[in-house]
Design a protein around this ligand. Structure first.
Ligand code: SF4
Length: 439
């Protein structure tokens, strides 16, 4: 069976390897064992010397480069054998060290809320997925079971154990099977709790259908991604009091170079709607209604809960639902100019259109708007308060229909979406493809 650290570098085994081999003064030294392991990887392309990482730092940078290329480079498929070594268990111990180096370099140089940190977490998720894909079925099942047993020590798992994953949208509550607030993963447990309620079907087959290995893998991967995020945060906090090692700064610089090169040469993936000036023609009917003003009783929720999150995400992070990441306003609007000059004026104008104007009798709602953007309860957003509250993602159509049903006047396009933001991104990508010059 493959080693646990090959999939989970944050395991005890992985930490032990990092302690043993991660001497920062030697990470730039040429490592003949690593070179041999890379060259011997199945299908590895060796036609160019630059495809072979020579030391831990090279390997760390290649790890990120693989992910960025796989995501953005249309030529990736024909060049993927340049990265075959990443799927050779023989590089495991070197890979673990490179994982820690990346987390430390990113934590120190860019911080936990940076684009680089998100890429690192995302790349760790993808590397685990692809490595599991390469394993024979029995081995895949065994290693996932072993890792989960190490992470989840308690036999009874309360759903609150996954609170961080749920709130950061790494996991959807709908994917989980719960009983009395407990997460059900084990087959015997599932059969014991549900078999008398399952009619005309084999409970074992039902287990394989609704839980099976898929959910276990999903939970394992997302938990390790969350731990990676936490580790980068810890490094960042600690780095305030410690002088960083120059090699870590070098890794940070090389990651910047990789990202710069990739964004320069490769477009974002086809169809993705990126941050751009708002297009009111693509707004869904409910948002158009709110902008015109809402009567008393519904004003507060319409402006503070629906409009604020919709406009901010539509302008700054329209693809949030497909990215599966936690983001902050400043990731897309570092000096908050867009929030101050484009988004807040629209929200305040809609608040003024309400009957009676929202802030006339409820000026405290300005504080709530700031809070829903992630800046805590303050009059206006300020970078020093960012993170005091959560940046709320737009409410689903289902919730709007339940709580503010009069605002939902669906049109044809509403049939295909579940959230006003998805309506907007869908319409925007239609506009984009219409305007695209024909080849
Ligand atoms: S279906 Fe959704 S997007 Fe369409 S009007 Fe209703 S709430 Fe808005």
């Amino acid at each position: 069976m493959v080693s646990v650290s090959y999939i989970n570098p944050l395991s005890e085994e992985g930490k032990e390897i990092a302690r043993e081999l991660g001497d920062l003064n030697r990470i730039l030294d040429e490592n003949s064992q690593l070179i041999q392991a890379v060259i011997q990887s199945k299908h590895q392309e060796i036609s160019d010397d630059s495809y072979i990482p020579k030391n831990y730092v090279d390997l760390a940078v290649k790890r990120i480069e693989w992910h960025v290329r796989k995501r953005n480079d249309p030529e990736y498929k024909s060049n993927k054998n340049r990265y075959s070594f990443l799927f050779n268990e023989g590089i495991s111990k070197f890979d673990v060290v490179s994982f820690y180096l990346l987390c430390q370099a990113i934590g120190i140089k860019f911080g936990p809320n940076s684009r680089e940190s998100k890429l690192m977490i995302e790349s760790q998720g993808k590397i685990m997925e692809d490595r599991l894909e390469e394993l024979p079925r029995y081995e895949r099942k065994e290693i996932v079971g072993q890792i989960l047993n190490n992470i989840i020590i308690d036999e009874r798992i309360k759903w609150t154990f996954l609170e961080d994953l749920l709130s950061s949208r790494k996991i959807n509550l709908m994917d989980l099977i719960l009983s009395n607030g407990e997460l059900i993963l084990d087959k015997a447990d599932f059969i014991k709790r549900f078999s008398d309620r399952i009619e005309l079907r084999d409970p074992e087959k039902m287990y394989n259908l609704v839980i099976g290995e898929r959910i276990k893998e999903l939970i394992m991967i997302k938990m390790i991604m969350q731990e990676t995020e936490d580790y980068i945060s810890q490094v960042h906090d600690m780095s305030r009091n410690i002088e960083p090692h120059p090699s870590l700064i070098e890794i940070g610089d090389r990651i910047s170079d990789v990202l710069q090169e990739q964004t320069q040469y490769y477009p974002r993936f086809e169809g993705e709607v990126t941050a751009s000036t708002l297009n009111p023609n693509a707004f869904p009917p409910c948002i158009k209604l709110i902008l015109e003003g809402v009567g008393s009783g519904k004003r507060n929720d319409a402006i503070v809960l629906i409009l604020t999150s919709f406009l901010s995400y539509a302008r700054l992070y329209p693809s949030i639902f497909s990215q599966n990441m936690t983001v902050k306003v400043s990731d897309a609007d570092p000096d908050l100019k867009i929030i101050q000059n484009e988004i807040l004026p629209l929200i305040y104008e809609a608040a003024g259109n309400c009957n009676p104007p929202l802030f006339d009798d409820q000026p405290q709602e300005k504080l709530n708007i700031t809070a829903k953007l992630g800046f805590g309860l303050h009059e206006t957003p300020n970078l020093k308060h960012e993170g005091e509250s959560k940046w709320y993602t737009p409410m689903s159509c289902e919730k709007i229909k339940i709580h503010l049903s009069t605002l939902c006047k669906p049109d044809e396009a509403c049939k295909k979406i579940g959230n006003p933001l998805s309506y907007y991104t869908r319409r925007m990508s239609e506009v984009k493809s219409k305007n695209k010059p024909k080849k």
